[in-house]
Write a protein that binds this ligand. Structure first.
Ligand code: GLY
Length: 358
C-alpha cells in the first residue's frame, strides 16, 4: 500500500512539471505512467513556444502568456536540479497570415530577413517567439525529477480512481495507491480509460520529418504557415537539422508514418524554401496531440469526483503550457488564488457538440 499527498497519472511534460512544482511546495508526490516517461507527445513535439500562433484559440492567450512569463524560472530550476541547460534554438518566427492586413513584410523586406524564402501568396509577419528542442527539455526534466524524492513508477497504468472519504484510492496494474489528491495528466489517454468520464480528450496525430539543412541555406528562425512549419535546430548535437511538420489527423491512436504525407509536408516546405527540396531526410515520426473540442485544455477539478483533478488536453501547445499548468494546478491544490481566470479551461465548461478539426 502506497500513501502520498499527491498522485499524478502521466509522466509527460505536464505531469512531471506539475510533480516538480508540487514537490517544491513541500508535498509528497507519486507519479504513475502506463509506459515510460516523456515517450509520447512531449518528445514528438516541434518545441515552438507559439503563444502568438494565429491558429490558437483566443482564450488560450492568458494561460500562454502566464507560461511564457514562467519559462525562464522553469528552465533555471531544471538546470539547478539536473545540471542540464536547455537552450533556445530560435528567437523569432516568420508567421504567414491569410491576408495582408496588419504589419506584413514586402517581398523586399522579407528577402533581407530570409533571402531564400519564396513568399508565394503568403503574407508574413515577424513574431518574437522562442523554440527549444523538446528532447533536451525532456532529458533535463526527467533528470530533475530523479534528483528529488518524487516517486516515479513506470509501466503502471491507473485503471480506476475512487474517491473514498478524504482520499483517493487508485487501482493500477501494479497494485493500489492512496493519495490525498489525484491529478490525471495522461494527455491523449486522459479519457480513454474510466478516469475522466464525460470529458472529451482525443488523440490528433501529427506526422513530421527532420532534414539536414543544406550548407547553402542560412535558417536562423522558424517559418510557419497555417498548414506547415519549419523549425531549425541551431545548437547542440542536433544543430543543422530542420523539423518540418505536421499533419493533423483524426485517426485514433495510430502512429504509423505514411511516406506520402511526409512527401507532402516536404513539398509545402520546399515551395517556400526551395533549398529544402533535396535536403537529406534524417528522421520521420508521428505523435499524438491531446485535443479537446474547443482546443483548450481541461484544468481543474474532475466533474463529480472529490479530490480528483485533471490537467490534460493541451493539444498543440503542451511544451509551451507546462510551466503555467503546473503553477495554476499547484495553486488550486494548495488553496491559493489562481494567477489567472481559469474559467475558459474548466473541465465543467460547456463544449461544442462536435470537435473542431483543422
Ligand atoms: N505544436 C505543433 C503541432 O502541434 O504540430
Amino acid at each position: 500500500m502506497h500513501h502520498t499527498d499527491i498522485c499524478i497519472a502521466g509522466a509527460g511534460i505536464i505531469g512531471l512539471s506539475l510533480a516538480l512544482e508540487l514537490h517544491r511546495r513541500g508535498l509528497s508526490v507519486t507519479v504513475l505512467d502506463q509506459g515510460t516517461p516523456l515517450a509520447e507527445a512531449s518528445t514528438a513535439a516541434a518545441g515552438m513556444l507559439a503563444a502568438s500562433d494565429p491558429d490558437n484559440p483566443a482564450s488560450l492567450r492568458p494561460l500562454a502568456d502566464l507560461s511564457l512569463s514562467l519559462y525562464p524560472a522553469f528552465l533555471d530550476r531544471l538546470h539547478a536540479l539536473s545540471g542540464t541547460q536547455v537552450p533556445f534554438h530560435t528567437r523569432a518566427t516568420l508567421q504567414s497570415h491569410a491576408d495582408a492586413s496588419g504589419e506584413t513584410f514586402s517581398p523586399e523586406a522579407l528577402s533581407k530577413i530570409l533571402p531564400q524564402l519564396k513568399p508565394r501568396n503568403h503574407h508574413f509577419t515577424l513574431i518574437d517567439e522562442h523554440s527549444l528542442e523538446p528532447r533536451n527539455l525532456a532529458a533535463a526534466l526527467l533528470a530533475a525529477v530523479k534528483s528529488t524524492s518524487i516517486d516515479l513508477h513506470t509501466s503502471t497504468q491507473v485503471l480506476a480512481a475512487q474517491s473514498i472519504g478524504d482520499s483517493v484510492e487508485l487501482h493500477t496494474t501494479r497494485g493500489t495507491f492512496h493519495a490525498a489528491k489525484f491529478i490525471n495528466c495522461t494527455g491523449a489517454w486522459a479519457t480513454h480509460s474510466s478516469l475522466a468520464p464525460g470529458l472529451a480528450v482525443a488523440p490528433k496525430k501529427g506526422q513530421m520529418l527532420a532534414v539536414a539543412i543544406p550548407s547553402t541555406l542560412s535558417l536562423p528562425l522558424v517559418v510557419r504557415t497555417h498548414g506547415m512549419y519549419i523549425v531549425p535546430r541551431t545548437t547542440g548535437p542536433n544543430a543543422g537539422r530542420a523539423i518540418i511538420g505536421a499533419t493533423i489527423e483524426d485517426v485514433g491512436f495510430d502512429k504509423i508514418v505514411h511516406l506520402a504525407d511526409i512527401a507532402h509536408l516536404r513539398a509545402l516546405a520546399a515551395d517556400l524554401i526551395p533549398a529544402l527540396a533535396d535536403a537529406p531526410q534524417l528522421e520521420v515520426w508521428a505523435g499524438l496531440r491531446p485535443s479537446t473540442p474547443d482546443e483548450l485544455p481541461f484544468l481543474g477539478p474532475a466533474p463529480d469526483a472529490r479530490n480528483q483533478f485533471i490537467a490534460a488536453g493541451h493539444y498543440r501547445n503542451g511544451i509551451l503550457l507546462a510551466p503555467a499548468t503546473a503553477h495554476v494546478i499547484a495553486q488550486i491544490l494548495t488553496g491559493e488564488p489562481s494567477a489567472i481566470d481559469l474559467s475558459a479551461y474548466s473541465p465543467m465548461r460547456p463544449l461544442p457538440a462536435t470537435a473542431i478539426a483543422h
